[in-house]
Design a protein around this ligand. Structure first.
Ligand code: NOJ
Length: 541
């Protein structure tokens, strides 16, 4: 792999959700062997890096975000040797590899938590986590809610309670304890020494809690994981000032190595606040969830892009751009609606079903627009196929703790986590050779299979390939965006980047300028033609 200290400034990073990418051993659960066999397809797609959601040893109570051993692979996914093989092959293909760090909480099966349970009240072992006595015998220490529903505290046999911002199987670490810092620096070095190129850091904004763990002053039900809730200035666990010291520690470990990068998953708003996370001695990148949450409306998009470039630019960081991941409704489905359920709540069979054609049209346009922006972009596995959310998944298959903790009221995130289709006519659409699948795939996934799109002009797969090829050719990731103000109004946006003019049309039709058509979402468009609504064209002037 060529050394390049700035690769993350412009990289297109493809998220692999190991459970659902490819299943090499046929047990119905994706694994590293499956990834190894399918890596070439990512080279053909043209991505620069992959990010793995967790594959560590885990009881899988939150699909692997409940880690029982940070330096080993769960047998579900393979072995450390399998990981080394993936890393080596990815590097030989010129693809960098970043992995997930889950530092806010461990699994309740982690030896450190098990030791804390055994050691008893007031012990140094309990100081690794947040154990407290209740307000009284039956009342938890404060009113914090779990993001997944219900209370954030669970009582144990000796009467004490432990804190879990997520599921009760995910106790929160106590980041005021230097031993926690030391432990995680060791984890970072373990994987950096193995050759990984970086980390995506899970719920990076919640590690530090306000001293004394004070009650929330707002209605706990309203808070959840919703980014708008971060506007509350004195929120006791989202975005505490003390977290920046933790970040600087991570960065100093990363700096012991050449060209490694850290990306924060931080649901903090406004953007000026998020930009603090990517100051030169903090994270390299932070997911731009403000962008993800912006709907397909010209004025809103223009504003969020301007704000992002301004705020991140002010601290010398590139912006990231992202539309889909394993926690949100896939964007081709989200964009089929005027309004969708709150992040994390998901869509089930009882919800009005999406207008598939609208979602495909707008979703493809949104991607074509995003991939021309300067900075780094994240893609979620399957979106290169235009894969929609599974919106009719039956309750009996659901695994997301959100579903169980809310008695099914919030169906949760399983719909975006369904195994992806490779070959239309194979068992489980080529996910494996046995036809097993940990979540059932809907019948419409056959149409979206890679084999049904490969070499087909105008298919979403060929569109993504073309966009990524042109993006690389013109080095758009490192470019500079200049709005073509004359062409920007409530129904059109246009910008120039590195000699490429990007035009997005939101309503009616728009004529194209003279030039060479480099890429477009509108199949069969020619430079003499007109751009229809919800279509995007990239033109070399
Ligand atoms: C954010 C992860 O992306 C999500 O999947 C997980 O449930 C929570 N953090 C808790 O780790």
């Amino acid at each position: 792999m060529q050394k390049d200290a700035n690769w993350w400034r412009h990289a297109v990073i493809y998220q692999i959700y190991p459970r659902s990418f490819a299943d090499g051993n046929g047990d119905g659960m994706g694994d590293l062997k499956g990834v190894l066999e399918r890596l070439e397809s990512l080279k053909q797609l043209g991505v620069d890096a992959i990010w793995f959601s967790p594959f560590y040893k885990s009881p899988q109570k939150d699909a692997g975000y409940d880690v029982a051993d940070y330096t080993d692979i769960d047998p579900l996914f393979g072995t450390l040797a399998d990981f080394d093989a993936v890393l080596e092959k990815a590097h030989s293909l010129g693809i960098r590899v970043i992995i997930d760090l889950v530092p806010n909480h461990s699994s309740d099966q982690h030896p450190l938590f098990q030791a804390a349970l055994k050691a008893g009240k007031g012990s140094p072992e309990r100081e690794m986590y947040h154990f407290r006595d209740g307000k009284d015998a039956n009342t938890p220490p404060n009113n914090w809610p779990s993001v997944f529903g219900g209370n954030a505290w669970t009582q144990i046999e000796d009467g004490q309670w432990y804190l879990h911002i997520f599921d009760s199987s995910q106790p929160d670490f106590n980041w005021d304890n230097p031993k926690v810092t030391e432990f995680f620096h060791g984890v970072l070095r373990f994987w950096f020494d193995r050759g990984v190129d970086g980390f995506r850091v899970d719920v990076a904004h919640s590690l530090v809690k306000a001293k004394g763990l004070p009650d929330l002053k707002v209605d706990p039900e309203e808070v959840g994981f919703d980014p708008s809730a971060q506007d509350y200035k004195d929120h006791p666990y989202w975005g505490q000032e003390g977290v920046h010291e933790v970040i600087r520690g991570f960065r100093s470990v990363a700096n012991e190595y050449e060209d490694r990068a850290l990306c924060a998953e931080a649901w903090v708003l406004p953007l000026s606040n998020m930009a603090k996370w990517v100051r030169p001695d903090e994270y390299h990148q932070s997911f731009n969830f403000g962008y993800l949450s912006t709907s397909w409306k010209a004025a809103d998009l223009k504003k969020v892009i301007d704000d992002s470039l301004l705020e991140f630019g002010a601290v010398g960081a590139p912006s990231t751009w992202v539309l889909s991941n394993h926690d949100v409704i896939r964007h081709v489905t989200r964009m089929a609606y005027d309004e969708v359920p709150k992040q994390g709540d998901g869509i089930g069979p009882d919800y009005p079903q999406p207008d598939e054609a609208r979602g495909q049209r707008v979703g493809r346009a949104a991607t074509a627009f995003m991939l021309a922006l300067p900075g780094s972009s994240y893609l979620y596995q399957g979106e290169e196929l235009g894969l929609p959310e599974h919106t009719t998944l039956e309750a009996k298959f659901r695994e997301d703790p959100t579903f169980f903790r809310t008695n099914g009221e919030r169906v949760g995130r399983d719909g975006c986590r369904v195994p992806i289709p490779w070959e239309a006519d194979k068992p489980a659409f080529g996910f494996n050779s046995t036809g097993k699948s940990w979540l059932p795939q809907p019948e419409n996934y056959r149409r979206y299979a890679r084999s049904a799109q490969e070499g087909i002009a105008g298919s979403t797969l060929e569109l993504y390939r073309q966009l990524l090829k042109v993006r690389k050719q013109f080095n758009l990731g490192m470019g500079k965006l200049t709005w073509v103000e004359d062409l920007c109004d409530e129904s059109t946006l246009a910008f120039d980047n590195s000699g490429v003019r990007v035009i997005a049309n939101f309503a009616g039709t728009v004529a194209l300028p003279a030039g060479e058509l480099l890429a477009t979402t509108q199949h069969d468009l020619t430079i003499e033609g007109v751009l229809e609504h919800d279509q995007v064209a990239w033109i070399r002037l």
